[in-house]
Design a protein around this ligand. Structure first.
Ligand code: NAP
Length: 313
């Protein structure tokens, strides 16, 4: 998938695009939407006046407000870019301002819980098309965003049965306009797949860095000094936003716990292989995992160059 953006649209998709929550994802959408002519105007909302001031300074939206309902008023598309656990409250706040025919979407990393929180608040005639861009970095805030964040990445849509197909197509066109490839699946399937590809890996990173931090009291600075041995790569993931990830785990409990149980069983099998000098089992697994890495590179989901945490000379 190409990581560059294509040509901007000749005519915008939406008249007024409102983005609620101007962090990494919200500010990246604002930048991409303006660059790609996806909306006649982009209106940004963030509850924090300080964030609003920074968004104004960055010049990435046509209007900025701390009032989400004010941003949603007259918008034909509103995207919720707040942590998963805050989506219900934001939907409730904007509901009275939504006009019939408007589309509401989101970017939450969990879909089932967001749909359950948001849908009850939306007035009749408003279509909800949940979305999840499978793209991000460990940074937060409006300065962290960039227009090409979603280019060459997947965006997953999980519309409920009966959602107006035109609304789904409009949200698909929005993500395609930002360079993403779009896939549609059910919310439970999304939550299960993302539990193993994203949520559990983050939990493992948080856990291993936490364990090392405890050990560091014993080993002093050696954990940091020799971190390039593999630990450093976990620290990058474990630096991800604490609020966002707390909400992901609390809202995708079932799938994460199911995958974690499988993970624990496999880890026990590995421990047994080490204890009983079963080199064949270790070699067989490590060969299979190497092939998975090659598959990810050949599908364009990562660069083939070795990443030692610094550019190669
Ligand atoms: P972020 O940079 O931390 O931005 C989140 C924004 O939401 C901030 O402006 C924050 O304002 C606001 N917010 C937080 N709690 C709120 C509340 N209770 N009510 C209203 N606004 C609130 O986070 P992000 O990385 O953009 O993540 C936003 C969403 O994208 C999350 O649902 C996440 O699951 C999803 N997502 C993230 C990634 C990723 O890699 N980061 C990838 C895909 C999807 P304050 O500064 O005042 O807290």
């Amino acid at each position: 998938m190409p990581e560059r953006l294509g040509a901007p649209r000749e005519a915008p998709l939406f008249r007024r695009l409102a983005i609620v929550g101007m962090g990494l994802i919200g500010s990246s959408i604002a930048r991409a939407a303006r660059r790609q002519n996806l909306a006649g105007s982009v209106v940004a909302a963030d509850r924090d006046e300080g964030v609003c001031a920074r968004v104004r300074d960055l010049g990435i939206a046509d209007a900025v407000t701390a009032d989400a309902a004010e941003a949603a008023h007259g918008a034909d598309c509103v995207i919720l870019c707040v942590p998963v656990g805050a989506c219900g409250a934001v939907a409730k706040a904007i509901a009275p301002a939504l006009e019939p025919g408007a589309i509401v979407s989101d970017v939450g990393s969990v879909k089932g819980a967001v749909m359950a929180q948001v849908e009850p608040h939306l007035p009749k005639g408003v279509q909800f098309v949940p979305a999840h861009p499978v793209a991000g970095t460990e940074d937060s805030g409006p300065e962290a965003g960039f227009a090409t964040l979603f280019a060459g990445r997947w965006a997953i849509l999980t519309p409920a049965y009966g959602t107006d197909p035109q609304a789904v197509e409009a949200v698909r066109a929005l993500w395609e306009g930002m360079g993403s490839a779009v896939e549609i699946m059910s919310a439970p399937h999304h939550d299960l797949v993302l539990a193993i590809t994203s949520h559990v890996p983050h939990l493992i990173a948080y856990n291993i860095v936490g364990t090392a931090a405890d050990l560091e009291r014993v080993t002093r600075s050696e954990v940091i000094k020799f971190s390039a041995g593999g630990f450093r790569d976990f620290t990058r993931i474990a630096a991800s936003d604490p609020t966002m990830w707390r909400d992901v785990f609390l809202n995708n409990k079932e799938a994460v716990l199911e995958m974690l149980q499988r993970f624990n069983e496999d880890l026990s099998a590995l421990a047994r292989a080490i204890r009983w000098d079963d080199g064949e089992a270790l070699y067989e697994l490590f060969t299979r995992t190497r092939a998975i890495r090659r598959g990810i590179v050949s599908e364009g989901q990562d660069a083939p160059a070795p990443d030692f945490g610094r550019p190669r000379e």
